[in-house]
Design a protein around this ligand. Structure first.
Ligand SMILES: NCCCN[C@H]1CC[C@H](N)CC1
Length: 293
């Protein structure tokens, strides 16, 4: 942070950096896994940064948390058991807790400091931890999945940081295989899948690994998040062999009218059925890589 600005630099997006004006640094720490910073920005509310990379801001987190959750959960009729890998800020838990059909929400976050910092500085995200259906595990998602009984989950959501550092193995085939084993037939997974403007090479490898591992549907969706690099982020949507899942046609309808204004959850700010279907439409440079047979 220099002369009041934070610039997000990484070898993951060489030659460019999104900057936010810093009003006040609220927390600085180093966990067993990464450097953790929280600052009050001038225009995006509070910001959580891990190893110099923006994870969430109060102003635009809704886009990411709502899309990564509702794209998979609105694609299956009756989600009951959901697993979140990563997601220690609680935002995905907040979105999963909107489903009355859900009975069990397991979460496996490797870094306890992320949970503690979110509870202290991001109450609108950490509200997700208050749901009685949530079981919090602090540990490595890869090990957690290896110990999960086969066919346990209807949905797995992989809310990870970038494949540089603790989350690296969450982008590799062995991990996808352990996800497939933990899902029931026709179960769905949604993973954070980087930017079509910056990471087509990473996306190409993820898509290829997913086609080898998931014998149901394999699809890629994307959305806007102003404070993520290049202003967009994508998601892999995959299902295991079993009852067919058509990700582009949501079977479950939630929209801005779902009124939770009486709770910290509030109504949906971003997701709606139109955005759901539109998010699978790709620009040609991405389509030719992602849809290539
Ligand atoms: N719940 C925190 C979001 C983590 N996902 C982000 C995607 C974009 C990355 N550059 C940083 C992590």
């Amino acid at each position: 942070i220099s002369n009041g600005w934070f610039s997000e630099m990484s070898p993951m997006w060489p030659g460019e950096a999104h900057s936010l004006k810093v009003e006040k640094i609220l927390f600085q720490g180093k966990s067993d896994y990464q450097n953790v910073i929280v600052f009050q920005s001038a225009s995006y509310g509070k910001v959580l940064v891990l190893d110099g990379v923006i994870q969430v801001t109060e102003r635009d987190e809704c886009a990411y948390q709502e899309m990564i959750t509702h794209l998979p959960l609105c694609s299956i009729p009756n989600p009951k058991k959901v697993l979140v890998i990563g997601g220690g800020d609680g935002g995905v838990l907040r979105e999963v807790s909107r489903y009355s059909s859900v009975e069990q929400i397991d979460i496996c976050e490797i870094d306890k400091m992320v949970v503690d910092v979110s509870k202290e500085f991001f109450p609108k995200l950490a509200v997700g931890f208050e749901d009685p259906r949530v079981n919090l595990n602090i540990g490595d998602g890869v090990a957690f999945l290896k110990n999960a009984p086969e066919g346990t989950y209807d949905a797995v959501i992989v809310d990870s940081s970038d494949p540089v550092g603790p989350a690296q193995e969450l982008f590799e085939k062995p991990f996808f295989e352990s996800v497939a084993r933990a899902l029931r037939p026709g179960g769905v997974v949604c993973t954070q899948a980087e930017s079509i403007w910056l990471h087509m090479h990473i996306i190409k490898d993820i898509v290829s690994a997913c086609h080898q591992v998931f014998k149901g549907s394999v699809d890629y969706a994307w959305t806007t998040v102003p404070t993520y690099p290049s202003g967009v982020i994508g998601f892999m949507l995959c299902s295991t062999e079993g009852p067919a899942v058509e990700f582009q046609k949501p079977v479950h309808h939630i929209d801005e009218s779902t009124d939770e204004s009486n709770t910290l959850k509030g109504p949906l700010k971003y997701y709606n059925p139109g955005i759901h279907s539109a998010s699978f439409c790709l620009p040609s440079f991405a389509k030719r890589v992602i849809d290539a047979k």
